[in-house]
Design a protein. Structure first.
Length: 319
């Protein structure tokens, strides 16, 4: 099969064997795969990953140890736990110390014609959800995780830092909980798209007017500076939710967190079932955040596009 490999220095197109069907797993023919900020960070050294990146996908099950999945259109959760350790037995499999992560750690990902995942990681896609919508499922699920970790009373004031695809999904999910969501970003074009779907969006340069104004601040910047910005905006004894992962180090004195008694919560992967329900019910806009779709043979152009500041989600048409 064709695949895109990161060899530790660069991405390259290769041919490699198709994944073999393993016990308890399924082989999926990939239809569409999304280029995520994490994929771009991998090319800068994040997680020291070597292999086929890509973890946002929709595909067709072509072989499976679970017969009911055969021929179904699916998306897949990315964490593959050992299911044996004490952390797995406590129900926290996504934090398993022995886990592999699709396209990120110890398992080849979705920038290939086929991938394999355990059958319990796969979720059938509702008929009314298109492939282009389905490929947002992993990203939307990460946004859906936020209200599982933090309570949002109906009138709570929420700021989302960042103007990218994750920020756009988080803002929409939280707008279903409270009508007081404000996105802060730097890119005028992206902010204008967010405004068009009915969410308040402001340039980050205006943040001084909103110092300590928010009950909860969600950092979706993907940059080390995000935590410091969040600490400016959240009220004393408010909550900061960190969604950013990046290659590099944080260089910031956390004294404001102590002085203002802030709560800081890390949050990453989330519930696929909830994300698919929101997509099926038309509660979440994805089309405004789809920048471009490229055929597989133009993967270099797709990655160049994904790195552009004006880009939201860029897809690879694998088949």
């Amino acid at each position: 099969m064709k695949a895109i490999l990161f060899n530790g220095e660069r991405l390259e197109e290769i041919r490699m064997p198709k994944p073999r069907l393993r016990r308890g797993e399924a082989v999926v023919q990939v239809l569409l795969a999304g280029i995520c900020a994490t994929d771009l960070e991998i090319t800068r050294g994040y997680m020291e990953f070597r292999g086929v990146p890509g973890h946002e996908f929709v595909g067709i099950v072509v072989s499976s140890s679970k017969r009911e999945l055969m021929g179904q259109r699916v998306v897949g959760e990315i964490n593959i736990p050992c299911r044996k350790c004490s952390i797995c037995r406590s129900g926290l499999g996504k934090h398993c110390p022995n886990r592999s992560i699709l396209g990120i750690s110890k398992r080849n990902g979705a920038f290939a014609e086929y991938l394999s995942l355990p059958v319990h990681n796969l979720h059938p896609v509702p008929r009314q959800v298109s492939n282009e919508e389905a490929v947002f499922t992993e990203l939307l699920a990460a946004a859906c995780e936020i209200p599982t970790r933090v309570r949002f009373p109906a009138r709570s004031r929420v700021a989302v830092l960042g103007d990218g695809r994750l920020a756009a999904m988080a803002a929409q999910v939280l707008s279903l909980k409270t009508g007081k969501v404000t996105v802060f970003g730097q890119n005028p074009m992206k902010l204008s798209v967010i405004k068009r779907i009915g969410i308040t969006a402001r340039d980050i340069s205006q943040r001084k007017r909103f110092t300590r104004a928010f009950d909860t601040v969600i950092d979706c910047t993907g940059k080390p500076a995000g935590l410091a910005l969040a600490a400016e905006l959240v009220r004393p004894q408010g909550t900061i939710v960190l969604k950013s992962t990046y290659q590099g180090q944080l260089n910031w004195n956390p004294a404001p967190i102590v002085i203002n008694e802030m709560t800081v919560i890390g949050s990453r992967c989330g519930p696929f079932d909830e994300a698919l329900k929101l997509l099926a019910r038309g509660k979440i806009e994805t089309t405004p955040f789809l920048t471009a779709t490229y055929p597989f043979h133009r993967w270099r152009a797709a990655f160049r596009c994904a790195r552009q500041l004006d880009s939201f989600k860029v897809l690879l048409q694998i088949r």
